[in-house]
Design a protein around this ligand. Structure first.
Ligand code: ADP
Ligand code: MG
Length: 360
């Protein structure tokens, strides 16, 4: 497999009136290692699709260079790049069988008949549709149609697979199955892949690394664990998972411990983003599973239970506090004391489970 490199890539479009520039992608710079699956994650309009289309060659960068392996491909047309793209709307040919849909790319390449048959059957088996070759696409479920589209992208054995929100037309359960499927196949083939999504759960569960984007800028690149546990900004923290944010005053930094003031109380924090300064106002970020509910007066933040939501494997408690509503996840709803709705409680945490972030 091959790497994909973006070297200071910027893409500007003219706005609808053809006047001002829209900067869709701003100085994007990263390397995707061979065999890696990297997700571009961010809200709608942040430049994910534009980035993917530049890697595929459907869009040319305004500035910067793109490499696939060691080859510069910046200005090459899509068919001269060793990539295959799978889009959100999978666009199968309705008048062709599943077999012919998958065979299409090979027929265009004038590959001998017997080899086409062999490769189509292998690829259909790979996506779990071995016995579906003779069907019409309309006789398949949404998930099966998605598999055909995946087979159609994979059959040309691209070095790089590009996927733009490929599962967004499916219902939740199917989406979950298909993303596991895509990940298995991608690993099995060792193919380098770029996956675009605005769905954090999808990004977290699929990726080797995630590129978090906003307004055309890359805000953070890291493994799912890194961006969840050690986000470098409030935006990333909130976009990749549930979090509470408490305003604090940073008093001092000593022996890897930050001493802060939170609502008149002293709290200790062991983790911090690089740009947090002593003497500044900052925010303390806490994930729901990092917080505990204790008896009123025993913790760091006073509140009242507004609602308990039972989820089977866990319980979510919504606590009203003077800093707004705070979500606390209770891992085992059966073993521990559960505080009742309306009860006065206190929220507690340990220094290693919370993180300081710059206020902005
Ligand atoms: P995403 O896929 O993250 O939703 P896009 O890459 O599609 O975002 O778009 C990024 C920005 O570029 C948006 O502001 C969008 O309106 C703009 N844009 C995308 N394609 C074009 C185009 N062909 N012409 C003008 N503006 C565009
Ligand atoms: Mg898009």
């Amino acid at each position: 497999s091959v790497s994909v490199t973006l070297e200071h890539v910027t893409k500007k479009f003219k706005d609808v009136k053809g006047k001002a520039d829209v900067i869709a992608v701003n100085d994007s710079h990263f390397i995707i290692e061979p065999g890696e699956l990297v997700t571009l994650l961010g809200p709608s309009g942040c430049g994910k699709t534009t980035t993917l289309r530049m890697i595929a060659g459907f869009e040319l960068p305004t500035e910067g260079k793109i490499y696939i392996g060691n080859e510069e491909v910046t200005m090459l047309p899509p068919n001269k790049r060793d990539t295959a793209t799978m889009f959100q709307s999978y666009g199968l040919f309705p008048h062709m069988t599943v077999f012919d849909n998958v065979a299409y790319g090979l027929k265009l390449r004038k590959i001998p008949q017997e080899e086409i048959a062999k490769r189509v059957n292998e690829t259909l088996a790979l996506v779990g549709l071995a016995s579906y070759g003779d069907r019409a696409p309309s006789k398949l479920s949404g998930g099966q149609q998605q598999r055909v589209a995946l087979a159609r992208s994979l059959i040309v054995t691209p070095s790089v697979l590009l996927l733009d929100e490929p599962l967004s037309n499916l219902d939740a359960l199917l989406r979950e199955q298909m993303r596991i499927e895509i990940r298995k196949i991608q690993k099995e083939l060792g193919i380098t892949a770029v996956y675009v999504t605005h769905d954090r759960v999808e990004a977290m569960s699929l990726s080797d690394r995630v590129v978090v984007m906003k307004d055309g800028y890359i805000r953070q690149i890291g493994s799912p664990n890194e961006i969840y546990e050690d986000p470098n900004s409030r935006f990333v923290a909130g976009f990749v998972g549930k979090a509470a944010f408490f305003p604090v005053q940073v008093k001092k930094h000593d022996k890897k411990i930050w001493v802060c003031e939170l609502g008149g109380k002293e709290v200790l924090v062991e983790r911090s983003a690089d740009n947090v300064e002593v003497g500044s106002e900052a925010v303390l970020m806490a994930r729901p599973e990092s917080l505990r509910i204790v008896e009123s007066g025993q913790g760091k933040i006073e509140g009242k239970v507004r609602m308990n939501v039972y989820l089977g494997h866990s319980l979510e408690a919504f606590i009203n506090t003077s800093f707004g509503e705070v979500l606390v996840q209770i891992d085992d709803p059966h073993a521990k004391k559960v505080f009742k709705e309306g009860e006065n409680v206190s929220i507690d945490f340990t220094p290693d489970r919370v993180r300081l972030l710059n206020k902005s």
